[in-house]
Design a protein around this ligand. Structure first.
Ligand SMILES: Cc1cc2nc3c(=O)[nH]c(=O)nc-3n(C[C@H](O)[C@H](O)[C@H](O)COP(=O)(O)OP(=O)(O)OC[C@H]3O[C@@H](n4cnc5c(N)ncnc54)[C@H](O)[C@@H]3O)c2cc1C
Ligand SMILES: NC(=O)c1ccc[n+]([C@@H]2O[C@H](COP(=O)([O-])OP(=O)(O)OC[C@H]3O[C@@H](n4cnc5c(N)ncnc54)[C@H](OP(=O)(O)O)[C@@H]3O)[C@@H](O)[C@H]2O)c1
Length: 257
């Protein structure tokens, strides 16, 4: 830890994968406190003036993965003119990066009410990351009858982690349905629209051949705050309720900005 960066610990970049011109994943080895699938921590680097830039990033890996909990994977988009993300994009193997010692976030398995048998995970862009983390948890594989992973991106090449998703689908033995959505291109085999529109007129349920109900379903929404806002409005209109610990409901969300 450096004196001017409390709560962070040094880590080393151990893997870098470029998905598209602007999107990449890094693995970082760092010794942080135990975390849960679906949570996020902070990454920090100094800017040119020597000032620390720190931002939140979700774990893509389950803490129980083969590489051990001290190897963490993050899926990141290089935001044009962003402060930290263009610096993260330039990292190389062996580079030092600072990692928040304590993870945060309530988009975890233990927040989902006991009654739930069908879990709907609705994401845009890089926000598929925490859902992949959750889906890799053995508890998740045992607990739900059906799981729906929706990933909405602008272009087909942003449909990342295809191999991991195929592996998870195999492990879930038909119970994990993956629905990619590409909004700014037309492909014969992929839906082109937005999540709230597809929920509102029932096309999303039709596409995955599963009905959503207040007794069996729970929705996690993550990513673009406009998607989250619009989807929450549609879910409310459909009769679903926001989940609170003191008043269990049907949906909960995390905004990425
Ligand atoms: C709880 C939480 C978890 C997050 N997890 C991730 C993650 O796993 N991967 C990730 O890439 N980012 C994630 N973010 C966003 C991340 O913290 C930074 O905001 C992002 O990297 C941009 O930082 P910056 O300094 O480069 O840009 P800034 O100068 O801070 O510019 C921010 C602007 O960039 C855009 N933006 C920010 N994040 C994204 C994004 N993920 N996708 C598309 N546009 C974006 C928005 O327009 C936003 O206003 C998360 C944010 C939160 C709050
Ligand atoms: N993705 C790229 O190719 C690309 C390239 C260069 C830079 N960037 C930068 O990266 C950032 C955006 O990244 P991103 O493409 O991952 O995220 P994004 O803009 O959040 O788009 C991801 C998905 O969310 C959808 N969406 C947006 N608003 C929505 C709403 N209100 N309701 C429902 N769905 C909604 C988008 O649909 P729509 O397409 O209909 O908006 C798209 O399918 C920006 O800063 C951008 O400038 C992206």
């Amino acid at each position: 830890m450096t004196a001017d960066l409390k709560g962070f610990t040094p880590g080393i970049v151990t893997h870098y994968q470029q998905w598209t011109e602007h999107e990449f994943s890094i693995q970082v080895k760092a010794n942080i406190a135990p975390y849960q699938a679906g949570q996020f921590t902070k990454l920090a680097l100094k800017d040119q003036a020597g000032k620390w830039l720190r931002r939140a990033y979700s774990f893509v890996n389950s803490p129980n993965h083969d590489l051990g909990p001290d190897v963490m994977e993050f899926l990141i988009i290089d935001v044009p003119n962003g402060g930290l993300s263009p610096r993260l994009a330039k990292l190389q193997l062996g580079d030092e990066i600072y990692v928040g010692e304590t993870a945060s976030g309530f988009m975890t398995l233990n927040e989902i009410p006991e009654r739930v048998s069908d879990l709907w995970l609705l994401s845009t862009g890089t926000a598929i990351g925490p859902f992949l983390s959750i889906l890799a948890e053995p508890e998740c594989q045992q607990r739900f009858s059906k799981l729906v992973l929706v990933h909405a991106v602008r272009t087909r090449q942003e449909l990342v982690y295809q191999e991991l998703i195929a592996k998870l689908q195999h492990e879930y033995r038909g119970n994990l349905i993956y629905l990619p959505i590409v909004s700014r291109e037309q492909h014969p085999d992929i839906i082109s629209d937005r999540i709230p529109n597809l929920l509102s007129d029932g096309r999303l349920m039709q596409a995955v051949n599963l009905n959503a109900s207040k007794t069996s379903s729970f929705f996690y929404l993550c990513g673009n705050p406009d998607m989250v806002r619009d989807t929450r409005a549609v879910l409310s209109k459909l009769g679903f309720e926001k989940h609170l610990r003191r008043s269990p409901g049907h949906f909960s969300s995390e905004n990425y900005w």
